[in-house]
Design a protein around this ligand. Structure first.
Ligand code: WTA
Length: 663
């Protein structure tokens, strides 16, 4: 124990001294072997951005090569490579098999219980073709929407690529979301089929999935014709004759061959719903050619990926955009060998991830700051149990990384050999936008550094003038191939959300940022009512409307409170109807209700009872003041409040209840 304590304090000292260093040059050893170690791509992109992107697009395998790059005749409805014909499934599968790499492992899949399966490109192509035929037999075709609600099993990749193969549009819902959220997303996208599972595993327990989908009556939605069910846990699973079909039976009965459809570059590839500032989620629509260009190009560029040598692991869930772009489409278009991990980072023990790195000789690891903070809290003894010397590059995404977590990641996990790429991007951008190039850009912990070649970012003030110092609106000033094309079924909301504030040629990101004297970007946080819980976007409005739907609740305001583990945590101020008394039981029920309605990530960590909420004279809730209260600060300017006394009452209530919060 004494040595543990000593090594812990040595490490602390080491991290502190590391943090005094402001800049980190790319490690020499890394630079020597890197794919890109000079700025020729930047120069090429600056001189002719559209030509540069067309060259990147041509790295893919087209049925008809595009001759055009950007079509900006109708901003903000940009089109890319519009005269090309392509298929994403073909690029992720057939292309590699045809090149003689069918035996290459695409995924080392590792299950919850330690099960191991290696899936080669040829294996995935075989099953993808069968599923694609099965879907076709069920009447699914071009532009039909197919929902996917699956855990991290190989079938999720097969389902996505089967859709892409026949021109159907997938709509993946994160497995942690509630069936009610799935239902809403299926309804608004008018999905014709849903691919789901009998049950899911989490830390040795199993949970029924298909039966909850049935309880929510998702199979009865208008337009919904087919539920395809993967058998995973053997959970009780009622099947409705004619509508429901087992995945394995569908595959068994299907023909082996299903040629990939030759699709327009602008053919829709997928919809992914993400939280916005109102209660209804936004259906981000991505199309084929531009998106695939963006993700394949950035996988090579940012992760320095060498498909013949590397073992790459992105620890995200496929249900988020990180999984779409950097588990499925980017790495697979490049022919990478990846790890796919079903489990939790601390099951069966807190060294689970590091055991996976050791087992497969992972060379590139891409994860989220929240996971790094958790590992840091568990202690160095867990990574120290394992040999992590194969790691040569580390990445993060999802939220700003605190410099200390950065230093820990770099030192304990990367042994100071591996550069850290802090990658900034969004569901909307499709691919990484701001990030170091690992062999070129000196890094500063906490900054995603600079825009990638071909990307032009800026920080603007309220009037749209560029500011060189201080905080402002982060924008992207030039269209890029992987950008969203619209919000599914809602062009007006698309324009309004992203292209109204600064005009139709400037994409409003929704983050606040500042630029430093070296032109490095520092992301400060969201400007809208979106909060970031463990790197996952949650809408305050959506959580509020779930809370208000609970009995006895009159009003609610949700904020993201600073949190050591999750970055931000959901804190809800709740006003009850007259006569109702707050107590622990009600608090518990409200929290459960939110988990049920939206998903566990949205469950408030803390509920603060409020007799009234601070509002402006026009009735707008002032969340800034609520954040002050929740985080224990003196409240800022209250002069615009309709009833300034509200603040004193609230502060008193928080004081009386102590710090509150649980878990
Ligand atoms: C935040 C995830 C700081 C940001 C890929 C963005 C980040 C939102 C970073 C998008 C980063 C993502 N540094 N903040 N490296 N990466 N964000 O759509 O607020 O789930 O707008 O996409 O996460 O979240 P989304």
């Amino acid at each position: 124990m004494a040595t543990d304590e000593k090594s812990q304090s040595d490490l602390e000292a080491e991290l502190q001294s590391l943090l005094e260093q402001e800049r980190f040059d790319p490690p020499e050893e890394f630079v020597r072997q890197a794919l890109v170690s000079d700025d020729s791509l930047h120069r090429r992109a600056d001189e002719d951005p559209n030509g540069f992107w067309l060259e990147q697009a041509r790295e893919l395998d087209w049925f008809t090569e595009p001759s055009e790059s950007l079509d900006d005749s109708n901003p903000p409805f940009y089109r890319w490579f519009a005269d090309g014909k392509i298929n994403a499934s073909h690029n992720c599968l057939d292309r590699h098999v045809e090149a003689g790499n069918g035996d290459r492992v695409a995924f080392h899949w590792r299950g919850e219980q330690g099960e191991e399966e290696d899936w080669t490109y040829a294996d995935l192509l075989r099953d993808t073709q069968k599923l694609a035929n099965g879907l076709k037999e069920r009447g699914i075709g071009r532009e039909d929407v197919v929902g996917i609600f699956l855990p991290m099993i190989p079938e999720v990749v097969i389902a996505m690529l089967a859709c892409a193969r026949i021109g159907a549009v997938h709509n993946v819902v994160f497995g942690g979301f509630s069936p009610e959220s799935v239902s809403e997303r299926m309804k608004v996208s008018e999905a014709k089929a849903l691919v789901t599972v009998d049950g899911a595993r989490r830390k040795g327990k199993t949970a029924e999935v298909k039966s909850t989908v049935d309880e929510e009556r998702i199979g009865d939605l208008d337009h919904m014709e087919t539920l395809v069910v993967v058998k995973r846990t053997g959970a009780d699973c009622p099947m409705t004759e004619g509508r429901d079909v087992w995945y394995h039976e569908l595959l068994e009965a299907a023909d082996d061959e299903c040629p990939a459809e030759e699709l327009d570059a602008e053919h829709p590839l997928f919809i992914l719903y993400t939280s916005g500032s109102t209660a209804s989620p936004k259906g981000i629509l991505h199309t084929t050619g531009g998106y695939l260009t963006g993700v394949a190009h950035t996988t090579r560029l940012v992760f320095d990926l060498k498909p013949e040598e590397d073992v790459y692991w992105c620890s995200a869930d496929v249900g988020w955009v990180t999984g779409h772009s950097y588990i499925v489409y980017g790495p697979m278009a490049c022919g990478a060998t990846s790890v796919m991990w079903e489990g939790a980072p601390d099951y069966p023990d807190k060294d689970a991830w590091w055991a996976v790195c050791e087992r497969y000789g992972v060379t590139i690891l891409y994860t989220a700051p929240t996971a790094i903070r958790a590992a840091m809290k568990w202690g160095v003894e867990y990574p120290e149990r394992r040999d992590l010397s194969s790691l040569r590059l580390l990445g993060t995404v999802g939220e700003p990384i605190n410099p200390k977590a950065w230093a820990w990641y770099h030192t304990v996990i990367g042994g100071r050999r591996a550069p850290v790429v802090d990658t900034w991007w969004q569901t909307e951008t499709g691919a990484i936008m701001i990030s170091p190039l690992p062999a070129l850009t000196p890094t500063k912990p906490g900054s995603a550094t600079k825009p990638l070649p071909g990307i032009e970012a800026a920080v603007l003030d309220e009037d749209g003038s560029e500011i060189e110092e201080g905080q402002g609106y982060l924008v992207l000033k030039r269209p890029w191939p992987a950008m969203l094309r619209t919000l599914y079924g809602d062009d007006d909301r698309f324009v309004e959300t992203y292209f109204e504030k600064f005009g139709r040629e400037t994409y409003l990101v929704g983050d606040a940022a500042r630029k430093d004297e070296d032109g490095y970007f520092w992301i400060v946080g969201r400007i809208d009512d979106v909060i970031n819980v463990s790197g996952h976007r949650m809408s305050t409005a959506e959580i509020e409307s779930a809370i208000v739907s609970y009995e006895h609740v009159a009003e609610s305001a949700v904020i993201g409170q600073e949190d050591e583990d999750s970055g931000q945590a959901v804190t809800a101020f709740v006003t009850l109807e007259g006569g109702a008394e707050p107590d622990d039981e009600l608090e518990g029920s409200i929290r459960e209700h939110v988990a049920q309605r939206i998903g566990k990530l949205a469950r408030p960590k803390r509920i603060i009872w409020a007799d009234d909420l601070p509002k402006t004279r026009s009735g707008k809730i002032m969340r800034r003041l609520l954040r002050d209260i929740a985080e224990g600060r003196e409240a800022g300017d209250v002069s615009t409040l309709r009833e300034p006394g509200v603040m004193d009452d609230l502060a008193e209530q928080v004081r009386q209840r102590g710090d509150g919060g649980d878990e």
